[in-house]
Ligand binder design. Structure first.
Ligand code: PLP
Ligand code: TYF
Length: 406
């Protein structure tokens, strides 16, 4: 009965990794998947994570018991404080643990499909490839809003605002909280205010995807600006959903630590309390039937970091280490391209933020980077700057110079 099942092409991003792994050239460089690497090109276990691991094992003796259905309270509460900061309104925020950011988006999709199935989800053009798939899998309608102007490498603010105005009232707008993937371009604080004003005017729902908190500026608080302003602005309008990943900013990619938060609009305390209880119960039921309860190991580590002042401070310092190294690599790549006289302008490499640079290289240039120079990036021209280091940036600059000229 499955004889007629279609074979699908492999996932584009993971296929790059596969080709990279099979490549036997010694000078190969992986600028594909967004994962932090140290200056030797190796995965980095954050010192704060090492300390938290020791603490978790030492304190009570580690065991492998189940977590509660909605997750580890030390994680969900700590995570809410990290993202909401002074805007955290505990009495109207429901926070549950999720299987990293993807799992949080999946919970959002399930929840919206159940309670607001007719609403369209608007995602930026371009966006993370998985966004559309996650919402469409639940039968939701996905549309896009203009975001990136390739010619000027800048934000299409007017088009973005027009889409907000034109979308049916009460639509859902998915917003990258910071360090937009793939463009590396975020709205300025003033532009965020304009976006939020228009969202509020149309009673839309803001759904923030926070996968890179700390990578835009190196400062976890500053990187939460859009979410915090969003929560404040929408408090009298509609719920705000936040899908939060700790994959990148604690470097625990494979442990799948994340949270789904829904901030309910501010109503009377009686209504707040009733809706809070109702939404919590629905989320618990959803999670119970899907994963029964979430994975424990990473949650305990991140929970320990967030519950201990000294570990939290160490984590903030690790975040600075990662974001400064990426920043230094942006500067080095730009400087080398300018020194080589590579045709074009390269300022955008240092102006963009987060893990990625949307280089502007064409799919054909990207193909030649891979085949002729063993430099791997996404065909859209997105390069994961975290894959650069002092040992390979020169080769990458020369390779880009060659493909741009020929
Ligand atoms: N959202 C965006 C924009 C991302 O780039 C990613 C990861 O790359 C995620 C969400 C979720 O990732 P994860 O499920 O590994 O936390
Ligand atoms: O956009 C990227 O490069 C990656 C892709 O669980 C990714 O972040 C995202 C989530 C995930 C694995 C890979």
């Amino acid at each position: 009965i499955f004889n007629g099942v279609d074979t699908l092409p492999p996932d584009a991003l993971f296929d790059i990794k596969k080709r990279y792994t099979q490549d036997t050239r010694a000078h190969k460089v992986d600028l594909g998947i967004g994962a932090y690497r140290d200056n030797n090109g190796q995965p980095w276990v954050l010192p704060s994570v090492r300390r938290a691991e020791e603490k978790v094992h030492a304190d009570k003796g580690y065991n492998h018991e189940y977590l509660p259905i909605t997750g580890l309270p030390a994680l969900t509460g700590g995570a809410a404080r990290v993202i909401f900061g002074p805007e955290y309104a505990e009495d109207r925020t429901v926070s549950v643990q999720s299987i990293s950011g993807t799992g949080a988006l999946h919970i959002a999709a399930k929840f919206l499909a159940k309670f607001l199935p007719e609403r369209t989800i608007y995602v930026s053009d371009p966006t993370w490839a998985n966004h559309k798939a996650i919402f469409q899998l639940q039968g939701l309608n996905v549309a896009s809003y203009p975001y990136w102007d390739a010619a000027s490498k800048s934000l299409l603010l007017d088009g973005f605002l027009d889409s907000i105005d034109l979308a049916e009232e009460g639509s859902v707008f998915l917003l990258h909280a910071c360090a937009h993937n793939p463009t590396g371009l975020d709205p300025t604080p003033e532009q965020w205010d304009a976006v939020l004003e228009r969202l509020a005017a149309r009673n839309h729902l803001a759904l923030f995807d926070s996968a890179y908190q700390g990578f835009a500026t190196g400062d976890l608080d500053r990187d939460a600006l859009a979410v915090r302003r969003g929560v404040r602005r929408m408090a009298s309008v509609s719920p705000v959903i936040v899908c939060q990943s700790f994959a990148k900013n604690v470097g625990m990619y494979g442990e799948r630590v994340g949270c789904f938060h829904i901030v309910l609009p501010d109503q009377s305390s009686e209504v707040n309390s009733r809706v809070h209880g109702a939404v919590s119960s629905q989320l618990a039921k959803l999670i119970r039937s899907e994963v029964s309860n979430p994975p424990a190991y990473g949650a305990k580590i991140v929970g320990a970091i967030l519950a201990d002042k000294s570990l939290t401070a160490a984590w903030h310092a690790d975040m600075v280490t990662m974001s400064s190294r990426i920043h230094a690599m942006r500067a080095a790549l730009r400087e080398k391209l300018v020194a080589l006289g590579t045709p074009g302008t390269w300022d955008h490499i240092v102006e963009q933020c987060g893990m990625f640079s949307f280089t502007g290289l064409s799919p054909e240039m990207v193909r030649r980077l891979e085949t002729q120079h063993a430099v791997y990036l996404v065909s859209s021209g997105r390069a994961s700057i975290a894959g650069l280091n002092e040992g390979n940036v020169d080769h990458v600059a020369r390779a880009i110079d060659e493909v741009v000229r020929h």
